[in-house]
Design a protein around this ligand. Structure first.
Ligand SMILES: Nc1ncnc2c1ncn2[C@@H]1O[C@H](COP(=O)(O)OP(=O)(O)OP(=O)(O)O)[C@@H](O)[C@H]1O
Ligand SMILES: [Mg+2]
Length: 157
């Protein structure tokens, strides 16, 4: 059997309007991160960040979109996740980024936590302008071995 050539996943925009949409965003981020060669730990960080940011888009922004964009810059591979809404915007971004700050009765750890899980993080927002939060992570370290030949079971010698 011929093996398929590795293909770069296409950029995609997904709607964020319901809990089911949040699940689809998480699923898609996991899939694309895997295809791009992110290791398991990095995949999980990306999915967690995406989950928090998409939930903010839904809960605070009144819904919007997720833009999931594979990046290739020279030798490095990354993933850009943007969460876009036309909601009320954030008046004080520094305050919103503070651990524990919430206007919605949450834990107030979504934004600050997401920032710590990625390499680059930016918020474009203002009252009446809506909010776009963009997170970028780059594949780091040696790629994890594919399952099958050459992998080791935990405890194997
Ligand atoms: N897309 C958005 N539009 C408007 N305000 C936002 C948006 N995202 C975040 N915020 C504001 O920033 C605050 C902090 O967000 P963060 O995600 O850290 O906490 P939270 O959503 O309130 O609680 P949780 O810990 O459950 O995520 C929110 O309470 C809200 O006021
Ligand atoms: Mg939140």
């Amino acid at each position: 059997m011929m093996e398929a050539l590795p293909r770069r996943p296409a950029p995609i925009t997904l709607p964020i309007g319901s809990d089911a949409d949040l699940a689809r965003v998480r699923q898609h981020v996991r899939q694309v991160a895997t295809e791009l060669g992110f290791g398991l730990v990095q995949q999980t960080k990306l999915v967690t960040a995406a989950s928090e940011l998409a939930r903010n888009t839904l809960v605070h922004g009144g819904g919007g979109q997720a833009e999931i964009t594979p990046l290739e810059e020279g030798h490095r591979t990354g993933l850009r996740l943007s969460f876009v809404d036309q909601g009320p915007g954030i008046r004080d971004v520094a305050l919103a980024m503070t651990d524990g700050y919430t206007t919605g009765g949450g834990l107030g750890l979504g934004l600050s936590g997401a920032e710590r899980l990625v390499h680059e993080f930016a918020i474009d927002t203002g009252p009446g302008r809506g909010t776009t939060v963009t997170a970028v992570a780059w594949v780091t370290g040696v790629p994890a071995p594919r399952s099958g030949a050459g992998t080791r079971r935990p405890g194997a010698r």
